[in-house]
Every structure is written in structure tokens, then in C-alpha cells.
Design a binder for this molecule. Structure first.
Ligand SMILES: NC(=O)c1ccc[n+]([C@@H]2O[C@H](COP(=O)([O-])OP(=O)(O)OC[C@H]3O[C@@H](n4cnc5c(N)ncnc54)[C@H](OP(=O)(O)O)[C@@H]3O)[C@@H](O)[C@H]2O)c1
Length: 177
């Protein structure tokens, strides 16, 4: 069955979080939503909504991203909105930080966002869709415990600015060819 509505994909849609709330808002605004979670048993609220498809996606796994992208591409050739919402907190003063845990946080909050965006970029570009990256105003607020989590937010902001330039360039290239 082909999808006639506008489409959106949200990462990290576990019950009770911002992701699940965005799924509900998109659903209420007539979108067909791919609500993704790493643990499908945590998607009970989204499961009750019509035109919402629950898909498994662990953003820190390249295989999981590839499997999810394959399923979405089987259902649609365009994606009007990608919301990179999945993220993890990691607050410790930087001099006490376990670097392996910090790297794991960077993987989820920063590198995964790039890999997920790469996986869905062709669907987004196809319909001049929108990419939303969930950063935070916290990146700019200095505190003693403003460690790894805050650093990931700055990188995310920088990536987002870079994507604006890339998508503008792609749009301009399309209009002149
Ligand atoms: N809440 C705020 O005040 C606030 C403010 C600014 C920005 N943000 C950002 O907004 C986003 C959502 O915040 P929230 O408060 O709703 O956080 P949350 O309740 O902790 O939800 C985070 C979501 O990300 C998922 N996640 C974590 N690691 C994942 C992975 N490897 N693969 C797939 N999903 C993964 C979690 O899944 P599990 O349930 O399986 O762990 C959960 O669904 C985050 O990126 C956060 O940094 C939040």
C-alpha cells in the first residue's frame, strides 16, 4: 500500500519522551510517521496511533540503521521530515570523565546523527524535506558539570550549520540543471 500523506521519521520514540510527543504531534497534523525505537516494547503510546509505523532502530548500530532505511525505502521514496531525537545524557565534570563512556555518548548524540542523516538523505532531498536535529540551549551555559553532553551539542550545532549549506547547494544545483 503506497503512502499518500506527508511522511516523517523520528528517532528515539520511547514512551514518555520528547520523541513520542513529536510522533503524536505529527500524527495529529496528518503525517504518516515512522516512529523508531531501539526497544519496540517501549513504544506503546505510538502503537495506538493510526498511520504510525513502529520500526526498530538503534542509532549506534550501522546495521540497524541500514535495516531501518531499507524498510522505509520499501514503503516510500520520499521523506518530508527526519527528526534526529535519540540522545543520551552524560553529566560529569570533565576532569573526572571516563573517556570510553564519553565516546559512547558522542557516538549516540553526534556520529549517529550523521550516519542516520546519510541513510535517509536521498529521501529527504527527493522532496526538499526538513531535517531536525535536537540540540539544546545548554551548550552555551557554562557549569562545573558541563562535560561531554554539552560538547556533543556544540558538534551537533556545527553539523546542522554544515547541512544547511549542503542542502542549499543541492537545491540550487537542482534548480539550475
Ligand atoms: N528533555 C529536555 O529538556 C531536552 C532539552 C534539550 C534537548 N533535549 C534533547 O532532546 C532529545 C530527547 O530528549 P528526552 O528528554 O525525550 O530524552 P529521553 O527521555 O532520555 O529519550 C531519549 C530517547 O533516545 C533513545 N536512545 C538513546 N540511545 C539510543 C540509541 N542508541 N538508539 C536509539 N535510541 C536511543 C532512548 O531510548 P531508550 O528509552 O531505549 O533509552 C529514548 O527513546 C535528546 O536528544 C535530548 O538531548 C532534551
Amino acid at each position: 500500500m503506497s503512502i499518500s500523506k506527508k511522511t516523517a521519521l523520528v528517532t528515539g520514540c520511547s514512551d514518555g519522551g520528547l520523541g513520542a510527543a513529536m510522533v503524536k504531534a505529527l500524527h495529529d497534523n496528518n503525517y504518516y510517521v515512522f516512529a523508531t525505537v531501539r526497544n519496540p516494547s517501549k513504544a506503546q503510546t505510538s502503537r495506538e496511533l493510526k498511520n504510525v509505523e513502529i520500526l526498530e532502530l538503534d542509532v549506534s548500530s550501522k546495521d540497524s540503521i541500514a535495516r531501518c532505511a531499507e524498510k522505509v525505502k520499501y514503503r516510500t521514496s520520499t521523506l518530508n521530515m527526519l527528526i534526529n531525537n535519540a540522545g543520551c545524557d552524560f553529566h560529569t565534570p570533565i576532569l573526572d570523565t571516563d573517556i570510553e563512556k564519553a565516546k559512547a555518548c558522542f557516538d549516540v548524540n553526534f556520529w549517529s546523527v550523521i550516519v542516520v542523516t546519510q541513510a535517509f538523505a536521498d529521501l529527504i532531498i527527493q522532496c526538499q524535506g526538513v531535517i531536525v536535529n535536537c540540540s539544546s540551549v545548554l551548550w552555551n551555559i557554562p557549569t562545573l558539570w558541563a562535560g561531554t553532553y554539552y560538547f556533543t551539542l556544540i558538534y551537533l550545532l556545527s553539523f546542522t550549520c554544515n547541512m544547511i549549506i549542503i542542502l542549499l547547494w543541492v537545491a540550487q544545483d537542482d534548480s539550475t540543471s
